[in-house]
Design a protein around this ligand. Sequence first.
Ligand SMILES: Nc1ncnc2c1ncn2[C@@H]1O[C@H](COP(=O)(O)OP(=O)(O)O)[C@@H](O)[C@H]1O
Ligand SMILES: [Mg+2]
Length: 301
Amino acid sequence: MDPPVVEVRGLRKSFGAREVLRGIDLTVGAGDVVCVIGPSGSGKSTLLRCVNLLEQPTAGSIRLLGVDVTDPEVDIDRVRTHVGMVFQSFNLFPHKTVMGNLTLAQRSVLRRSEAAARDVALHNLRKVGLEDRADAYPAQLSGGQQQRVAIARALSMDPALMLFDEPTSALDPELVGDVLAVMRDLAQSGMTMIVVTHEMAFARDVGDRVVFMDEGLIMEEGPARQLIGSPATERARVFLHRVLHPTDVADSELGQTEPTRPGDPDHTAAGGAGWAGPPPRWPRADGRGDDAEGHVPLTVR
Ligand SMILES: Nc1ncnc2c1ncn2[C@@H]1O[C@H](COP(=O)(O)OP(=O)(O)O)[C@@H](O)[C@H]1O
Ligand SMILES: [Mg+2]
């Protein structure tokens, strides 16, 4: 049997005295799409950066395609060519055209001929719907288009694994959908992906599994629909509530002692920041009160 694409065991990472990853175990099989959610500062980016060897783990092991990449003997640059990474900021070279951005690493790292690199680049530009923008410069493109170019650039290295770190967080809201659609297509084409995202509808609908991180640990992991729809841990419930209802005001901030129920006329929040009562129940999307199945209203783009 083929080894998993990613196998993380007992991963720890400290910056000085501060331990930001405190023992992470994660396995990602071929074709899996794993979405990572969790509050800011919980270690999501550090986890991705360790998998991509941009950070050196303090302890534990990371295997990529069966190779222990924490072994000092391993050729890190070679391993890294198998991993595509897309960041919140697009990191395109501003003085190069789209085509120039897509062919550069293919030529220098994979030693492809100019013609071969251009063929691969065009193929991937087509995938992200930008084959007609090959000669444009990044500044002539919208943020969403630039991010799609960044995805095409990563794909042009024929990665075995794609890592996304909040790829839509820097985009204007109306540009998010096109980028998510490209990522959805990629997932459906069988790409192995780890996606850090706050787009809960994407995580629910495209993710096979969701991992909820908090304070350097995986607090909960499960099938995407189950974890997003009815998280098992209180921390995941509170986090999801905050993300899905960002304008809610915590009852404690309103000076209320009794939480209101979703059916109440003045219901504003159940389980916002500072929630101290019983676990929040999700309001139904149709506003008809509690739903034992934990139906979460989500904006689907
Ligand atoms: N290079 C670094 N040096 C020192 N601290 C860092 C560094 N990178 C991240 N951290 C700290 O590690 C913690 C986790 O950060 P990060 O992985 O970026 O979290 P997330 O992506 O979940 O918001 C944060 O407290 C952050 O300040
Ligand atoms: Mg981050």
